[in-house]
Ligand binder design. Structure first.
Ligand SMILES: NC(=O)C1=CN([C@@H]2O[C@H](COP(=O)(O)OP(=O)(O)OC[C@H]3O[C@@H](n4cnc5c(N)ncnc54)[C@H](OP(=O)(O)O)[C@@H]3O)[C@@H](O)[C@H]2O)C=CC1
Ligand SMILES: O=C1CO[C@H](CO)[C@@H](O)[C@@H]1O
Length: 279
């Protein structure tokens, strides 16, 4: 089984660079999907209260018999829970639903909460959660540089990660560089743009030349850029395919070709306007 490299976060905690994302995995199918991912060798699961499937993730981790310390589990604070007391309760609720004693990483899912509360209050609650010792690292998701600058000047603990949309059609050079300059690891969500980049002729050509699949080429590009990725799939075959990234390399020309496909195109919401509680 391939060894997935670990990346060291700014507090020394190590995160596997490749994980398994469970957005849009139906709650009733999540335990089986995550069990399959764990069988294949994934040791990092990315879920969220918003996905409604934390229970299934926890069930699969428990059922696997794998030592808790060997599986990295991330969840996220949903919009609507940005006030201090709500955030503390939501963290407890996520832990309870996952059936875990602690989380490896807890993220503020979006900077704008859909209610009248400043994300500075939310981040201070995250700092309390971290200080409580039941979460090994805290971070943010969908934060832009201007949101992060406010955290740096008004709070104490630096986020360990910033989870943002990144793929060849949205390469995010500036924000990734900003994260790196501030010792924040970038996690790339929708790393294959939910499949939209896979029939791009430039990506298909590289895949054919290297005898790999387009998804492997794109995921390998992320890995070589140093970002964390967690592609989602409900198919064992595609989960396996997405796991096989560590026995080949893209040359600098191919890396540049993928980066050159950038067209500033989002598949998901814009963090500056996503300001509501998802239904
Ligand atoms: N913080 C945030 O705001 C967000 C976080 N995320 C996180 O990122 C994870 C990944 O992003 P996600 O939006 O799911 O999208 P991805 O970019 O991972 O794409 C998933 C889609 O691609 C298909 N797919 C997966 N692997 C392959 C393959 N090898 N070949 C062809 N098709 C494939 C899947 O279909 P199938 O299942 O049928 O294989 C699914 O339709 C999420 O699950 C979630 O954990 C995502 C969005 C926002
Ligand atoms: O995590 C998430 C999954 O995708 C959704 C739609 O793109 C996002 O809104 C959400 O943040």
């Amino acid at each position: 089984m391939a060894t997935v490299p670990a990346i060291r976060l700014n507090n020394g905690v190590e995160i596997p660079q490749l994980g398994f994302g469970v957005y849009q995995v139906p709650p009733e199918d999540t335990a089986d999907a995550v069990s399959t991912a764990l069988e294949i060798g994934y040791r990092h699961i990315d879920t969220a209260e918003m996905y409604g499937n934390e229970k299934g993730v926890g069930e699969a981790v428990a059922r696997s018999g794998i030592d808790r310390g060997e599986v990295f589990v991330t969840s996220k604070l949903n919009n609507g829970f940005h006030r201090r007391d709500d955030a503390l309760r939501a963290f407890d609720q996520s832990l309870g639903d996952l059936g875990l004693e602690y989380l490896d990483l807890f993220l503020v899912h979006w900077p704008l909460p859909g209610i009248d509360v400043d994300y500075i209050e939310t981040w201070k609650a995250m700092e309390e959660i971290y200080a409580g010792g039941r979460c090994r690292a805290i971070g943010v998701s969908n934060f832009q540089a201007h949101h992060l600058r406010r955290l740096f000047s008004e709070t104490q603990v630096r986020p360990a990660v910033n989870q943002i949309e990144v793929h060849p059609y949205l390469t995010q050079e500036e924000l990734r560089a900003f994260d790196a300059d501030h010792e924040i690891v970038t996690e790339a969500w929708s790393p294959i743009a939910q499949g939209k980049v896979l029939d791009d002729p430039a990506i298909v050509a590289i895949a054919e030349r290297l005898d790999r699949t387009p998804a492997q080429v794109v995921l390998r590009w992320h890995v070589q850029r140093g970002d964390v990725v967690f592609p989602k799939s409900v198919s064992r075959q595609r989960m396996q395919e997405n796991f096989e990234l560590f026995d080949f390399e893209l040359g600098t020309g191919d890396m540049a070709t993928l980066t050159g496909l950038d067209r500033g195109e989002r598949t998901g919401p814009d963090p500056d306007t996503f300001n509501y509680i998802p239904g």
